[in-house]
Design a protein. Structure first.
Lengths: 449, 146
């Protein structure tokens, strides 16, 4: 009895043990159950907060002085370059790890078993991380910043593409409304910088902090991390370990590892800073940060379909997963076993072939406007690789739902295929698009401008 | 209705109403009143523009075209996502997503949803030539300068 009483005495005084359950299941402690991705995200966020506060002290959010103040941070402030590098690389790390975390949670079916609310909070956190990255991009006020946000704000306004076709923009203009809210004007300037600064340093981090608290708390509330059904009613003490000290040491070790990795990268690689923003001349090609290049590729087909319609549908899909699929027997099981793995492999192959085929046709033979000059914008907007891909994926997942009588298999198919497509579009955007967004096999073939 | 319940309901409606007004006024602050985007632009002496050429007016994001008959101006902002167009041999090209327009500003290829906007060029009341970005004209309308 002695050694059971002791830890519970600590619980009341210890913050660590308020986040975690008193005892944690063995399955949750296995590295391959989670790869520690969620907690790594938490640590990266901590690094973002700590480095962000220092950057905020030296940065001035004004069109005239923002660029110079960032230069000062890099060249004058002692250690400023390392702090800025850490901030930049940790933020990119968050984008990578949050997607890995999404993959882990989805493929282990961890939204099942009454965990739907935490899944939804997780998707909101994903959006906040992307928005934080995007708003942070404008602050240095260099060429990349200016044109990325010009493009981004016009994507927000791209509902006009639809309202223009319907001829109702003068009466009903949600695109213009959204753009005005985002950048406070017709083009990116001081109001946009002030707004993005406020978003970046107050609104988004605060929202993230609150939601992160709920996200962690819900894990405990939902009965710990997801685990396979065979462990469901595991009350036996042999399968549960004391969180203190086993989990504490694991997490501390992971924290040190994250700090070391970020510090190491920050010492080796400098965060980019281009020339000061020039509203008259975009870079050619004007590329957004790499993790938005998949969207930029879609946008190059149609602003509305690629920038708004498909991404919004994707988010709706992500949010709806735990409400459409309630097959709790798959909880905590990587890839839902053999049959799930088969569905994943097949839908990945289907997605790969479909996207590559369309890209091949588009790059080799052009698209609608090259074949039928003067074609209506309706066709350009509604028939392009973005919408065709999305439509066929939804169709495929519905076929699988009917055939296999399983909502989990349908979700696996749709999630896998959309993710494969996202990765391919992003790779195309990063490495295979050059000046005027034309296709090039390699950077070496870019024409000299 | 009893007096007590009437007062209770009245109080709740009043508080709700006041809250709604406060919320709307608060949220209204996020949408600034915009002015000045459509201000007229002084063109200056038309003879400063080379003949049969599109000249880029950097600060106004416009191209000015002048030939022996007259002068006209077209927006240099891509209708797709707002990048600044470059002049190509037979039209305009967008560096961001590759939309192409011809010399009349009509979309030839790429994702651009609309043709480019041509703005009216007039002689103002004080005799100076001005561009009015608030007034759209067709691509073949020219200000006859000579």
């Amino acid at each position: 009895m002695e050694n059971i009483k002791r830890p519970s005495g600590i619980i009341n005084r210890n913050f660590f043990l308020h986040i975690h359950a008193n005892r944690v299941h063995v399955h949750s402690m296995k590295p391959t159950s989670t790869f520690g991705l969620g907690i790594i995200l938490g640590f990266l966020f901590l690094i973002m907060l700590l480095t962000g506060v220092i950057l905020m002290i030296y940065y001035t959010p004004s069109v005239e002085t923002a660029y110079q103040s960032v230069k000062d941070i890099v060249n004058v402030v002692p250690g400023g370059r390392i702090i800025r590098n850490m901030h930049r690389w940790a933020s990119q790390g968050m984008v990578i790890v949050v997607f890995l975390h999404l993959l882990r949670v989805f493929y282990t079916g961890s939204y099942l078993g009454g965990r739907s609310l935490n899944w939804v909070i997780g998707v909101v956190l994903l959006i906040i991380i992307l928005l934080s990255n995007f708003s942070g991009y404008l602050l240095p006020w260099d060429q990349l910043a200016y044109w990325a946000v010009t493009i981004g704000s016009n994507i927000a306004a791209s509902a006009r593409e639809l309202t223009d076709l319907l001829g109702i923009t003068n009466a009903f203009d949600p695109g213009g409304f959204l753009k005005k809210l985002l950048i406070g004007g017709e083009s990116v300037g001081q109001p946009a910088l002030s707004r993005f600064f406020t978003l970046h340093v107050i609104f988004l981090p605060l929202s993230m902090l609150i939601l992160l608290g709920i996200h962690f708390w819900r894990i405990r509330k939902d009965g710990g991390l997801s685990r396979p059904v065979r462990y469901a009613d595991d009350k036996g003490s042999t399968n549960k370990w004391y969180a203190w000290p086993v989990l504490m040491w694991t997490e501390l070790g992971l924290f040190l590892l994250v700090v070391v990795v970020v510090l190491f990268i920050a010492l080796l690689a400098d965060a980019p800073l281009l020339e000061q923003a020039n509203p008259s001349f975009p870079e050619n090609p004007a590329k957004s940060p790499w993790y938005f290049l998949g969207i930029q590729e879609l946008v190059s087909y149609s602003a509305f379909a690629g920038g708004l319609l498909i991404p919004v549908l994707y988010l709706v899909f992500l949010f709806s997963i735990p409400y459409r699929d309630k097959e709790d027997s798959y909880v905590g099981l990587w890839f839902s076993g053999k049959s799930g793995l088969k569905v994943i492999k097949r839908s990945a192959a289907f997605a790969f072939l479909l996207v590559i085929l369309q890209l091949f046709v588009m790059i080799r033979f052009g698209w609608l406007r090259d074949w039928f000059p003067g074609i209506s914008q309706w066709f350009v907007m509604l028939i392009n690789p973005a919408t065709i891909t999305g439509g066929l994926f939804i169709l495929m997942s519905e076929v699988i739902r009917r055939k296999r009588q399983s909502s989990r298999m349908a979700a696996l198919a749709l999630f896998t295929s959309t993710f494969v497509a996202l990765v391919i579009f992003t790779i195309i955007g990063i490495w295979f698009r050059g000046p005027n967004w034309e296709f090039f096999w390699s950077h070496n073939q870019w024409p000299v401008i | 209705m009893e007096r007590r319940s009437f007062i209770g309901k009245a109080a709740i409606s009043l508080v709700t109403f006041a809250g709604a007004v406060a919320a709307i006024s608060y949220l209204r602050q996020f949408f600034p009143r915009l002015a000045g985007e459509k201000r007229r632009i002084a063109l200056g002496d038309p003879r400063r523009f080379p003949v049969d050429t599109f000249t880029f007016l950097e600060e106004h994001k416009l191209y000015v075209y002048r030939d022996h008959e007259g002068i006209k101006t077209v927006s240099a902002i891509c209708t797709h996502l707002g990048c600044i167009l470059e002049k190509s041999i037979d039209g305009f090209e967008c560096p961001c997503h590759g939309s192409c327009y011809n010399n009349e500003g009509e979309v030839q290829s790429g994702p651009a949803p609309r043709d480019l906007a041509w703005y009216s060029v007039r002689r103002g009341a004080d005799g100076k030539i001005v561009i009015n970005p608030g007034e759209r004209v067709s691509s073949d309308e020219k200000f006859l300068s000579s």
